[in-house]
Design a protein around this ligand. Structure first.
Ligand SMILES: Cc1ncc(COP(=O)(O)O)c(C=O)c1O
Length: 397
């Protein structure tokens, strides 16, 4: 991560195609396009990459989560179980539909603890959303089992995990519906963009229509299309899709670089006593977009985080003290700071967030450091960086 570090003539060529024919919208204008359908081409390419029957592009990863949930019928008053460690987009996307995010503890995979999920199920639960944080994954078999047992929709937010696999299946293709982000900082980027992937034909058609005002996309006269149901505009533009099209074709190259850089740093840190790594479920292969490790306690993690900053080791995050990714600092959610009135259901569902104890999540996040793996580092730079990191950790212990 991130793909923008290696922009090349491949991305430029795709964007130039779009500008040359002048059609920036993904639907319609068939005559003007000279055969260029970048969003459609990117959907086809992603389908192959993800080994999934259907892919629907949308305007962002946040939109992808909302559209995925809506397409599966999640709405007002439904509870969606999600982890305490994720990005704010997870609860935003749920609440946008009038549904209720139910936050539960993570485990050493850094995503949903299946035991915490089971304990949170109520008659209102409609879906379980695993968030494949920082390029790795949850216990997919255990979570699938829970969904099947309780007849729940299984949603996989793979916005940070493209290129990872579980039992040879691409992350984002395993649950009933998967979500991706192609925002500016992701392994492959469109600038802004997202996608829904699914093998479920009904969910796909719902996503296709819902993300474009409910248009049925039948025929080639947009004005004559019908609206089987209400929708919104979560469309991606051809310009964004063009960038993503070049990037997705380079995914194997990007994952290869991430793996090399990740492995150098991991091998060096593995020699430092007191450093341990997140658990990757058996059968799982990370995307190598991040290296996540644990230190003995919060005090050491604070020291290491400061030492990294003071010595120019950038892009290493201590999420315990971060406003975006961990429940501890989501005061706007806990205090229900909304621009407009919220439903009583949602207010009631979030009522206990302020007082709820997430000790188990704290246990992992307080001690975790998450290092982004850049694509632009040379091998020598990564080796020097790895040695410096190991030295600073040893000094802080
Ligand atoms: C786990 C996760 N879900 C959803 C999103 C939302 O994606 P976007 O920024 O494209 O809206 C992000 C973005 O960082 C993310 O990390």
């Amino acid at each position: 991560m991130p793909g923008f570090e290696l922009f090349s003539d491949l991305e430029r060529k795709e964007v130039t195609d779009v500008l040359d024919n002048g059609v920036l919208m993904r639907y319609g204008f068939d005559g003007m396009r000279n055969g260029h359908w970048k969003a459609k081409a990117l959907e086809d390419e992603l389908s192959k990459t993800l080994k999934t029957k259907h892919v629907q592009l949308v305007s962002s990863g946040t939109a992808a989560v909302s559209v995925a949930l809506a397409s599966a019928g999640v709405g007002a008053g439904d509870e969606v179980i999600m982890p305490t460690f994720t990005f704010v987009a997870s609860f935003e996307a749920i609440m946008m539909l009038g549904a209720i995010p139910i936050l539960v503890d993570i485990d050493d995979t850094l995503t949903l603890d299946p035991k915490a999920v089971e304990a949170a199920i109520t008659p209102k639960t409609k879906a379980i959303m695993v968030v494949q944080m920082c390029g790795s994954m949850g216990d997919m078999d255990a979570l699938r089992h829970i969904c099947d047992t309780h007849n729940l929709i299984f949603v996989e937010d793979a916005c940070q995990a493209i290129g990872g696999t579980y039992k040879e299946k691409p992350l984002g293709s395993i649950a009933d519906v998967g979500c991706f982000s192609f925002d500016f900082v992701k392994t492959i980027t469109c600038g802004e963009g997202g996608a829904i992937s699914t093998n479920n034909e009904a969910y796909y058609l719902n996503a296709d229509h819902y993300s474009d005002h409910g248009h049925d996309h039948v025929g080639s006269d947009r004005g004559a299309e019908t609206h089987p149901f209400l929708g919104y505009n979560f469309r991606i533009s051809e310009l964004h899709a063009a960038v993503g099209l070049a990037q997705v074709r380079r995914l194997p190259e990007f994952i290869g670089i991430q793996k090399r850089n990740y492995t150098i740093i991991r091998n060096e840190l593995a020699r430092v006593p007191g450093v341990t790594f997140r658990r990757v479920p058996k059968g799982g292969v990370e995307s190598y977009g991040f290296l996540n490790f644990f230190l003995p306690d919060l005090e050491v993690a604070n020291k290491v985080s400061k030492a990294f900053k003071d010595h120019g080791i950038d892009v290493c995050f201590h999420y315990y003290n971060n406003n975006w990714h961990y429940i501890r600092k989501w005061d706007h959610l806990k205090n229900l700071k909304s621009l407009f009135p919220m439903s009583e259901d949602v207010k009631k569902g979030l009522d206990d967030l302020k007082s709820k104890d997430f000790k188990q999540s704290d246990h992992y996040i307080a001690r975790n450091i998450s290092c982004l793996i850049k694509l632009s580092w040379t091998e020598d730079e990564v080796k020097a960086r790895a040695q410096k990191m190991a030295e600073l950790i040893r000094f802080s212990l």
